[in-house]
Design a binder for this molecule. Sequence first.
Ligand SMILES: [Zn+2]
Ligand SMILES: [Zn+2]
Length: 304
Amino acid sequence: MEITLLGTGGMMPLKNRFLTSLYAEHEGGAVLIDCGEGTQVAFGQHGMKLSRLEAMCFTHRHADHVAGLPGLLLSLGNTGRTEPLPIYCGKSCADTVRHLLAVTGGLPFEVTVEVLPEREAAEIRLPQMDPLFRITTLPLSHSVPCIGYRIELGKKPEFQPDRARALDIPVQFWKRLHAGETVTLEDGRTITSDAVTGQPRKPLVITYTTDTLPIPSIAEFAKGSDLFICEGMYGDPEKKASLNEKRHMLMQDACRLAKEAGAARLWLTHFSPAEKHPQDYEKELHALFPDTVIPQDGMHITLK
Ligand SMILES: [Zn+2]
Ligand SMILES: [Zn+2]
């Protein structure tokens, strides 16, 4: 799975920092989470292909997460797309999305708004994507209803050729058995997949939570993440009272959540425009959670 953080800013785009937006691609299909003003420019800058988008998800209705939608859809229309595009978001965000759709003046493809529950967890299955690719949600705690996303990519158990050979299974059946199928051989024997595959493997997990207080359920939601992407508006602890009021968190709060979740790595995002040099906090953050990254826009990782 290819993961790119297209932007790392909150509130408004800056010359060197676009608004937070996550691009996740698997086998040529991609999902975009959040699309603030300028996201389509970031798309081009980081070499992403709009045409690969299979779905979009929004965390909440604030402009820094949704205002880039009309421009991005118009550009998508210019790629010659005709396949429908589903947009997933909570009910209050759905109203905003519909208003934004009205200003596109008609698109050459259908956009469907798929409403997610805002107060309880939900699961999204994308029919266009690999069935092993699934997304679950978590209600966050922000000034308006807000949703966190967890992307899981299941891994097939390893195929064990030695066991297949010992059972005298012809090679032409191996691929189907590895894919989980049960096959009937020419000699009449029925072989199940688990006869020639190993233990189930842990899926790849990417969690994205932004615009929220550091509520304990985030640590549970992000459990075992290979990559946990979380907001860190400020690194200055003196901002804590104002963050509590606006329902955001400190970079240090994100580090504590990452530690509790047992995440393999943390990427911070949604930096305040007033936080000019978030990397100044690196040493302090590494003491809390060593695998913290303070990314620049376009931060990319291939997870296998
Ligand atoms: Zn925001
Ligand atoms: Zn917000």
